[in-house]
Design a protein around this ligand. Structure first.
Ligand code: ZN
Length: 108
């Protein structure tokens, strides 16, 4: 069995019963250990025990994370000219929306 420690920087400070370890008089809150399963293998959930720990990690290390793949220019997705659509409801009202379609094979 493969286990990983949760990488949440504050995991060991959350007061939950499952984190309590140690003998009487020497109790601690310990970082959660995560068992690798077929559902979390190769995903962030093999190294984070919760959404909170995942978020704490990013808030603490976001500058280093962004440095891995910095965005220096905007990205663009080609689209067809947007089309205004008007719809009639069965109660005699109308509503409109603007249809935006991406160009390319993904949209077929
Ligand atoms: Zn955690």
């Amino acid at each position: 069995m493969t286990y990983n420690w949760c990488h949440g920087p504050n995991c060991h400070t959350n007061t939950t019963v499952d984190r309590v370890r140690g003998s009487k008089g020497n109790k601690v809150l310990r970082t959660r250990k995560i068992k690798e399963t077929q559902w979390n293998r190769n995903s962030v959930w093999s190294v984070f025990c919760s959404q909170g720990c995942y978020t704490d990690f990013f808030y603490k290390h976001w500058q280093q994370v962004i440095a891995i793949a910095p965005r220096r220019e905007a990205l663009e997705t080609p689209i067809n000219d947007p089309v205004k659509e008007t719809h009639n409801t069965e109660w005699g009202r109308t509503w409109t929306n603007t249809k935006i379609e991406k160009k390319g094979v993904d949209n077929v």
